[in-house]
Design a protein around this ligand. Structure first.
Ligand code: 4NP
Length: 153
């Protein structure tokens, strides 16, 4: 199984999703490939936002080694599951997808994990809100667990 988490810049939300998914996958002993990417290329090659690095570190997770990557059409072939953080990311990914097979891999994370009824459809973008990172981390931690539970069944 190969999974890629996708947000806009690949510096705030999806690096946390990548780190948390990897931790959950390793915790249940699965050898899955986990990655993340952004629909925009503003930050390609850069490490995650220091606020994401800090909140992850506060919870014992190191995401500092990640580097921002822009999602490509090839990614939509390579990965089995493409998890969009919000509806805009989802829409951009659907526009990037060239085939029904690629389209079928794209899922809105909180719908896929049945968390949207409680949390809404979107993982809030904390880029403009320093106080948003803790809530995003905690939501993504639950979502990562739910993804692995759903797929590992
Ligand atoms: P992300 O957050 O999509 O969660 O990585 C953002 C990162 C960068 C920008 C916006 C959102 N930006 O405008 O540069």
């Amino acid at each position: 199984m190969k999974i890629i988490a996708v947000c806009l810049g690949n510096i705030c939300r999806s690096p946390l999703a990548e780190g948390l998914l990897r931790r959950e996958v390793e915790a249940v002993g699965l050898d899955w490939e986990i990655a993340s990417g952004g629909t925009a290329g503003y930050h390609v090659g850069k490490p995650p936002d220091p606020r994401s690095v800090a909140i992850a570190r506060a919870y014992g997770l190191d995401i500092s080694g990640q580097r921002s990557h822009k999602v490509s059409k090839e990614d939509l072939d390579y990965y089995d599951l493409v998890l969009a953080m919000d509806r805009k990311n989802y829409q951009h990914l659907r526009e990037l997808a060239a085939t029904p097979e690629q389209q079928a891999k794209i899922q809105l994370l909180l719908d896929y994990t049945n968390l949207s009824e409680e949390a809404g459809p979107d993982v809030f973008d904390p880029y403009w809100d320093d106080n948003g990172f803790d809530g995003v981390y905690r939501l993504l931690e639950r979502a990562a667990r739910a993804v692995v539970n759903r797929l590992a069944d």
